[in-house]
Design a binder for this molecule. Structure first.
Ligand code: ZN
Ligand code: ZN
Length: 433
């Protein structure tokens, strides 16, 4: 009797649903045909030979990947091959020709598409066990804290200081493991940040970084006409090495094994010299000095979505817990609610986020002067914009907000939990291997 093994490609398209209804082994006269795509335990057989490996842990894991560039592609490829169950992928950009030399998930025909969409599609193709949610968005504005709170690990594949700074602060607040990395020429490094009692990304910023960051985040900043960021010279070989290290650290963390927390590991690609530096908490780190961590277990999950709930809807729940005149702090973003023209002495409503509102939008339609943004520091009862949805005033889906009572001594965190299911699925049951 012959036994023939067919690959998944020869059967019904993966994920089409049609395959799942067919028996795993069909009997034909004189031979048994085994459909490899249906014998799912076989795919991970080599991993299971590692003594401590638990494939179910990876199948149940939730990994948040920020950035789908050179590093992001390699990170995603590895997560797919490893059978990581859930991935949320954030990226804002579209694919350009110059990305194709460092992006294993992109094809020539993908040029012009969003990186997040093309990468997610290819990850599902590589491994249908991986559920990927692509989000085309800017992490500075569109990433709700609840997405991070519900992830097991955050992998940073970024190329600029501001995005790293904001992601670091969000991960710090929630005590979430943040595995950051950077590339430059043939060099690369991985930095592992985890929790308030360890160094964070901001601790390691030098004077030049801080000045760059201040310039980017200055209070009166309006978005300038879109310009290209600095193109970093790099090659696919080093992104593959560094992303491999990031994901391997994530796999160890998921298994509860030791990780190089508070360390910076990397290599000089022209000399093959590897380094391993201890990072230190900086006395002047504003994140460590001023940002209060949120205990994930104390977050109240509300049945609200940023897209449909108004500011007053949220206040309704907050006041029920903290009493009337409770206020919701807006700590991690600057909400613009109007522009004020000093020359005309006139304010007009405009809802946006500082940094996203453009200089063009700030120009006074009457006199042409640049108007000053009017910011909303907190949400409270009887606010004139209380009937605006949270999304309209600049609060992202699945966000976590901290509110305090009138006297200001009781604080509580609230999550827009109705949005969670757009990012993460319930975890599978442990099959107990
Ligand atoms: Zn710090
Ligand atoms: Zn004016």
């Amino acid at each position: 009797m012959k036994i023939r093994i067919l690959s998944g490609k020869k059967g019904a398209p993966e994920g089409s649903g049609a395959a799942a209804q067919e028996p795993a082994a069909e009997t034909h006269p004189g031979r048994i045909v085994i459909r490899r795509d249906l014998v799912t335990e076989d795919r991970y057989q080599r991993f299971r030979l590692i003594r401590w490996w638990e494939q179910e842990i990876l199948a149940n894991a939730r990994v948040l990947v920020i950035g789908a560039g050179a590093l992001g592609n390699e990170v995603l490829k590895n997560l797919a091959l490893l059978g990581v169950g859930q991935i949320v992928l954030f990226d804002l950009d579209r694919i350009e020709d110059s990305n194709l030399t460092r992006s294993v998930l992109f094809r020539q025909s993908d040029v012009g598409r969003y990186k997040a969409d093309a990468a997610a599609e290819e990850v599902s193709e590589l491994n249908p066990d991986c559920h990927v949610v692509p989000i085309v968005g800017n992490i500075n504005y569109d990433l709700g804290l609840g997405v991070i709170a519900n992830a097991d690990v955050v992998i940073g594949c970024l190329d600029n200081i501001e995005a790293r700074f904001r992601l670091n602060r969000a991960c710090y607040r929630l005590g979430k493991l943040f595995i950051d990395a950077g590339l430059d020429h043939l060099n690369g490094d991985v930095r592992v940040y985890h929790g308030a009692d360890r160094p964070c990304y901001e601790c390691g910023l030098n004077e030049y970084d801080r000045r760059t960051l201040e310039k980017q985040m200055s209070c009166l900043k309006l978005a300038r006409a879109e310009g290209k960021g600095r193109a970093i010279p790099t090659v696919p070989t080093v992104s593959s090495i560094i992303a491999g290290l990031q994901v391997q650290i994530a796999v160890r963390h998921l298994h509860g094994l030791a990780i190089p927390s508070g360390r910076r590991l990397g290599m000089y690609g022209l000399s093959d010299v590897w380094f391993d530096n201890e990072l230190l908490i900086s006395d002047s780190c504003a994140t460590h000095n001023w940002v209060d961590p949120i205990d994930a277990n104390d977050i109240r999950e509300l049945p609200l979505s940023a897209q449909t709930a108004t500011c007053n809807d949220l206040l309704h729940y907050v006041e029920a817990e903290l009493g009337t005149e409770a206020t919701i702090q807006i700590e991690d973003r600057d909400l613009v609610i109007a522009f004020h023209c000093a020359s005309c002495d006139e304010s007009r409503p405009h809802f946006d986020l500082l940094g996203r509102a453009s200089e063009e939008q700030a120009r006074c339609p009457e006199c042409g002067e640049t108007r000053a943004p009017v910011l909303l520091p907190e949400l409270k009862r009887d606010h004139p914009y209380g009937d605006k949805t949270l999304l309209e005033v600049g609060i992202p889906p699945a966000h976590v907000l901290v509110a305090r009572n009138r006297e200001g001594f009781e604080y509580r965190a609230f999550a827009l939990a109705k949005d969670f299911s757009n990012y993460w699925k319930p975890r599978q049951k442990q099959s107990g291997s």
